[in-house]
Write a protein that binds this ligand. Structure first.
Ligand code: SF4
Length: 189
């Protein structure tokens, strides 16, 4: 099975890629994250990921699209929670790319974080899979989150202190929102 693995950042790619390798699956990483603000941070996370992929000899495809106005508008207009827009845009692009380029399935490293809205990511991935006619490869990578953190620290990788958007950058200063929550709250990766 040849999987297009959407990747949000270097540290979050560690466990999913390790796990897929152990399962004998072939994968290519696909970076598309216009949600990362400001642009300097976007560049920094991308550079960290590039270094990690070089180190591991992973194949990486980068889409540097950065529609800032559209992204902020989309997040602000999302009726219930801004992350729904954020997941949809990224997973839709990954599904489209995977379909157009002959992959067998697509997935996302977003599934590794205990701070993300895991069920929403899964649902959105499956919806996008149906829309583009390509399976969403689901695996609960969260059990390997701490292992990924440990490896990233060992390798002295840059670890970002907030999830990505400018709203999450603000939220990290609010103690109430910093409390870790395993399944639904989202603060930082
Ligand atoms: S908190 Fe994270 S997942 Fe949610 S909208 Fe911001 S960048 Fe996207």
């Amino acid at each position: 099975m040849n999987i297009l693995l959407h990747v949000c950042c270097g540290p979050c790619s560690i466990f999913p890629t390790k796990s897929l390798t152990e399962q004998g699956k072939t994968f290519t990483l696909y970076f598309f994250n216009p949600n990362i603000h400001p642009y300097k941070e976007f560049r920094r996370r991308l550079n960290t990921l590039r270094e990690y992929c070089d180190f591991r000899h992973y194949q990486l495809i980068v889409d540097k699209s950065y529609p800032l106005e559209e992204t902020l508008r989309g997040m602000l207009n999302e009726p219930v929670v801004r992350c729904a827009y954020c997941y949809r845009v990224r997973l839709e692009q990954a599904a489209r790319y995977a379909r157009e380029h002959g992959y067998d399935a697509f997935s996302s490293t977003l599934l590794v974080s205990p701070y993300q809205k895991h069920d929403l990511i899964r649902r959105t991935g499956e919806e996008m899979g149906k829309k583009y006619g390509i399976p969403f490869f689901y695996q609960d990578f969260r059990k390997g989150y701490q292992e990924g953190v440990a490896i990233s620290l060992e390798l002295e990788m840059y670890r970002q202190p907030y999830c990505g958007c400018i709203f999450s950058e603000r939220d990290r200063y609010e103690p109430r929102k910093r409390k870790p929550a395993v399944s639904s709250q989202k603060q930082e990766k």
